[in-house]
Design a protein around this ligand. Structure first.
Ligand SMILES: C[S@@+](CC[C@H](N)C(=O)[O-])C[C@H]1O[C@@H](n2cnc3c(N)ncnc32)[C@H](O)[C@@H]1O
Length: 380
């Protein structure tokens, strides 16, 4: 897993020469208080230093108390790289005297943070029969809330992602059993429920990449497996396009609708709670209206996307268009294998690969497979 993540963070902006003064003032007077965000590095910018701050309601009052007119400062907000490894060190610190050394290897080196929720995965193989295991997990979960005070609930993954809705079972380890949260990514907000809708923060770079690709004004885009809308919403935030976003899961659809309203979009998104296969029925009105209309189709259902290529072909403009196809593809040669699958299956539908725009491994998926993305132009 990637060890970095991006979040909006508040920084104290002060002249370089006041940097040490601030740290001394803070440490001398308020050493038991928390104000510095340890997961983010201090930034040097010309004559200034930017000191990352944790989120706290009384931030302004607290800073006024510490600095007490001794020098000028500003609070600025900046998209920042969160170093999860630093969080790991902080986690180890908090747990130093709370768990025996033999359990330290259970402390996760990284975990997903979605809004106010942390989701962790333990490698418990060695501790299967250990009667303390559950208590240790709870200690670790509590420690996560201490090193990141934004987090109010910590869940543990207890199954693989399964089923048509692509959900996994989660067990609450610490905090409130509230699985609905609001996640922020690339200046967009996503309301979602981690138990009822698929969502992964790990595709942040992928969504950024697609949003920054050569999308033209007024394109018609089909997001075949939209979930709560991370691809559609980020595209419509930046581009004046018309998107049709489909998901079979009614919860994902409802959040998608809410997320469309939550974000100021310049493009339009029409949400549909529908099995994408239904579009092929000759009496399906949405299918009829979208047949051969798409300039671009996004297929973010890596385990099954090949199965739905016929639908993508049905929707694509006859003159051809762009496909963003995600696949779980076997190693070795996962990229080549994914392209071959596309080639074979497009031919079966009387389409073919016009040009491969991008082909890359997004991340390793299992010892034997990769998550691969192929962006390509398909032609009839
Ligand atoms: C891997 S998730 C991707 C969701 C979203 N693109 C994202 O990045 O969060 C796949 C989504 O496809 C939906 N899905 C599965 N089969 C479908 C079908 N036949 N028609 C429409 N949606 C489907 C699932 O409910 C799930 O939300």
């Amino acid at each position: 897993m990637n060890n970095n993540n991006f979040e909006k963070i508040n920084f104290l902006k002060i002249k370089k020469e006041n940097g040490q003064k601030f740290l001394d003032l803070f440490i001398n007077t308020y050493k038991n208080e928390n104000i510095i965000e340890k997961k983010v590095r201090i930034i040097k910018e010309d004559d200034y230093v930017l000191i990352p701050l944790i989120e706290r309601r009384d931030l302004n009052e607290f800073l006024t108390k510490i600095i007490h007119n001794q020098f000028e400062y500003q609070i600025i907000s900046k998209e920042s790289n969160i170093h999860l490894k630093i969080k790991y060190r902080a986690l180890q610190d908090v747990l130093k005297d709370k768990i025996f050394n033999k359990y330290k290897e259970l402390i996760p080196k990284s975990f997903d943070i979605i809004g106010e929720i942390a989701i962790i995965e333990f490698n418990t193989f060695k501790f299967q029969d250990d009667e303390n295991l559950h208590l240790i997990k709870k200690e670790i979960a509590e420690a996560i809330t201490l090193v990141n005070n934004k987090i109010i609930s910590v869940y543990e993954k207890i199954s693989e992602i399964k089923g048509i809705f692509r959900l996994r079972k989660l067990n609450l380890l610490y905090g409130k059993d509230i699985s609905e949260t609001i996640y922020r990514e690339n200046s967009c907000l996503f309301k979602l429920d981690i138990k009822r809708t698929f969502f992964t923060p790990r595709l942040v770079y992928e969504r950024n990449r697609i949003v920054s690709s050569n999308i033209k004004e007024n394109e018609i885009i089909i997001d075949m497996f939209a979930g709560v809308g991370p691809f559609s919403i980020q595209i419509a935030k930046k581009h004046k396009v018309m998107i049709h976003a489909f998901d079979i899961n009614p919860y994902a659809y409802n959040y998608l609708c809410e997320n469309i309203s939550l974000n100021k979009l310049i493009g339009t998104i029409t949400p549909h709670n529908l099995d994408i296969n239904n579009l092929l029925n000759s009496n399906n009105e949405i299918g009829k209206s979208l047949k051969n209309k798409a300039d671009r189709v996004i297929m973010n259902f890596p385990e099954n996307s090949i199965k739905y290529l016929n639908v993508a072909c049905y929707l694509m403009k006859k003159s051809g268009g762009i496909l963003h196809n995600y696949q779980i593809s076997t190693k070795p040669n996962s990229i080549k294998n994914a392209i071959n699958k596309l080639d074979d299956n497009l031919r079966k539908n009387n389409w073919f690969i016009g040009q491969i725009i991008t082909s890359k491994v997004v991340k390793p998926f299992s010892p034997k497979s990769d998550l691969v993305v192929i962006d390509l132009i398909i032609r009839k």
